[in-house]
Design a protein around this ligand. Structure first.
Ligand code: ATP
Ligand code: MG
Length: 143
């Protein structure tokens, strides 16, 4: 039985999340484990938006952006000689990451310490902090 067979790599497009991807690629190459890059689209706060059309337009832009981020991840991995899977989810980032990892039986989550957020006084961002606290799988935090 393998100690490490499937890694989930949550990416928000930040440099930090791409460093996490680099670590996962390294681990994939050295152990033969598989990696899946995941982006979660955190929906806009709909209570403040009255127009459904506007919400739909925003979601279309978010999905395009999400696809771009994951295509970039695929390309980075391909250049390093590794084939990765990608997945897009919508909703709360941390609960989607931990929920997906558990449902799909991932044994390691490789995540950045911080992401796109602007306030950097904490060591961990809210997503990496929640994932570390709630994940049943092991978590590798990449700085
Ligand atoms: N929407 C997301 N989808 C997938 N992974 C994410 C998402 N947001 C964050 N992550 C992952 O979590 C890591 C830490 O990001 P996090 O959002 O916790 O920090 P932050 O953006 O600096 O702070 P905050 O979002 O709390 O203002 C990222 O490097 C990335 O690996
Ligand atoms: Mg963030």
């Amino acid at each position: 039985m393998h100690m490490l067979s499937r890694m989930l790599v949550p990416v928000d497009g930040s440099d930090n999340s791409l460093r996490a991807l680099d670590h996962a690629i390294f681990l994939a190459k050295s152990t033969g484990a598989h990696a899946t890059a995941m982006n979660v689209i955190e929906s806009p706060p709909t209570v403040y938006i009255e127009s459904q059309k506007l919400i739909d337009d925003i979601m279309v832009k978010y999905r395009t952006e999400s696809t771009k981020i994951l295509d970039r991840c695929k390309l980075i991995a391909e250049k390093a000689g590794v084939k990765i899977e990608t997945v897009i989810a919508e909703g709360d980032a941390a609960s989607n990451i931990t929920g997906y990892a558990q449902r799909e039986g991932f044994d390691l989550i490789v995540i950045g310490s911080r992401g796109l957020g602007k306030f950097k006084e904490m060591v961990l961002g809210s997503v990496s902090n929640k994932v570390l606290h709630h994940s049943k799988a092991s978590v590798l935090i990449v700085r």
